[in-house]
Design a protein around this ligand. Structure first.
Ligand code: FAD
Length: 409
């Protein structure tokens, strides 16, 4: 354990996956961590029922797993027990043909993981840390970075508390309050774009074999894609033999398809094999009950303020999900910050020191973080945007397949 910051207090805003990993990392370095989350504790039975209505799964890759491993190797191993490896994508052509495209010649995979399980698992990991205090149903409303105080609203009791801090981590997602508050003191470049597409989640139930045991209706070791030019359907496997399908389409198209009597024949003509596996009743239920959600891309620069504030994860960079890297990059943010904090400690040659030395070290690490991380984050965000065209169309074109053969795939 690093001892230099033992008496110092870090406030982490947002107990999503990135906030939890950041809290674990800081606690291991000796910080007193206060973790604030606006929602209820996901692990409560009442919250679980609500969350299950929209349990999206995620593709977690080596990037994300390595980040968890850097903070807690045991936690990374535990999460790997819960994933389903996906070795490639399976293209579903309109005429029923299937095309398996492997991600890697040497067998590297991405992994399907239940979003709620991942978040709950990370909350469990954080709870084990004696120097972390967690506050659920507490929303951060206001932050004065110069005075190092913030206002937290206790939603349960309708009260506001003033909380002081030495270091504040904004891991509060795409619509980050911490980012908005930080912009008042930082000359931050900020860019936000809603793409013209939305997504709706649909559940593909488990099938059954002859003795009646549940089975997957599609190959579970692939990420399934139905590319249809301006829209697409994808499906990722879950441990209970179901698939979570996500339909991406332009908002205007979804407006036109709004009535179920229009949607059903459209879905049938575009995704006949998926409809067979989902079932008409389930499809209409999910389509009419599940929300249509927007897709936002945000970019910020810099990500920090002096020695006292930093944005991590979606709070700093929300990207469209077509590269499956949004969360992976958010977790990697924590790993990169950890490396820079370690380096500053080594370079200044002492793990402990007077307060002002620690503050200077932290300021240097945060500055380097903003400088060194920005280009990588912009690059991956742009890849994600470009990959939408690849996923919904290019993967089916002869030129793409030819190029893959030349690349030795
Ligand atoms: P969040 O998960 O958004 O967590 C932020 C937390 O902060 C929330 O719990 C929120 O309640 C809390 N909060 C917000 N404001 C406040 C406040 N003022 N006070 C207190 N608490 C607050 N990424 C991948 O890597 N792989 C994928 O396959 C993938 N698939 C995706 C599919 C879809 C359809 C979408 C939309 C995204 C996908 N992503 C994927 C991206 C991924 O979901 C996000 O990058 C990830 O959830 C970001 O995590 P986070 O912890 O930064 O933010």
């Amino acid at each position: 354990m690093h001892s230099q910051a033992r008496s110092k207090k870090a406030v982490v805003v947002g107990a999503g996956p990135v906030g939890c990993l950041a809290a674990m990392m800081l606690a291991k370095r000796g910080w007193q961590v206060f973790l604030y989350e606006g929602r209820e504790d996901l692990r409560q039975p009442s919250t679980k029922a609500a969350a299950q209505q929209r349990s999206i799964n995620l593709a977690i890759s080596h990037r994300g797993i390595a980040a968890i491993h850097a903070v807690s190797p045991e936690a990374a191993e535990r999460f790997m027990q819960t994933v389903i490896p996906m070795k490639g994508r399976m293209i579903h052509h309109l005429d029923g043909r299937l095309d398996s495209q492997l991600y890697d010649r040497d067998g590297q995979c991405i992994n399907s993981i239940d979003r709620a399980l991942l978040n709950e698992g990370l909350l469990d990991e954080v709870s084990r840390s004696p120097n972390v205090r967690m506050f659920f149903r507490h929303k951060i409303r206001f932050i004065d970075f110069n005075r190092k105080v913030l206002t937290a609203e206790d939603l349960g009791h309708g009260q506001e508390h003033t909380v002081d801090f030495d270091f504040c981590v904004g891991a509060d997602g795409s619509y980050s309050t911490v980012r908005r508050q930080m912009m008042k003191v930082v000359r931050m470049d900020y860019q936000q774009e809603y793409i013209k597409h939305e997504y709706v989640e649909l559940k593909m139930p488990a099938g059954h074999d002859t003795p009646g045991r549940p089975t997957f209706q599609l190959d579970p070791n692939h990420l399934h894609i139905w590319p249809r030019r301006s829209y697409m359907l994808i499906a990722l496997p879950n441990k209970d033999n179901t698939f979570t399908c996500t339909l991406f389409a332009p908002s205007v198209e979804l407006d036109r398809l709004s009535p179920p009597e229009v949607f059903l024949p459209w879905f049938k003509s575009n995704f006949p094999d998926a409809l067979k596996a989902i079932g008409e009743k389930n499809l209409i239920h999910d389509y009419t009950h599940n929300p249509r959600s927007p897709l936002i891309c945000t970019k910020s620069n810099p990500y920090h303020y002096k020695d006292r504030g930093i944005l991590l994860g979606d709070a700093a960079h929300s990207m469209v999900p077509f590269y499956g890297q949004g969360l992976n990059c958010g977790l990697e943010d924590v790993r990169v910050l950890k490396v820079l904090l370690d380096q500053e400690e080594v370079e200044s040659n002492s793990p402990t020191g007077p307060d002002n030395l620690e503050d200077e070290r932290l300021a240097r690490a945060l500055l380097r973080y903003s400088q060194e991380r920005h280009q990588d984050l912009v690059a991956i965000s742009d890849f994600a945007m470009n990959n939408y065209v690849e996923m919904r169309h290019l993967v089916t074109t002869p030129l793409y397949l030819f190029r893959k053969v030349l690349d030795g795939w």
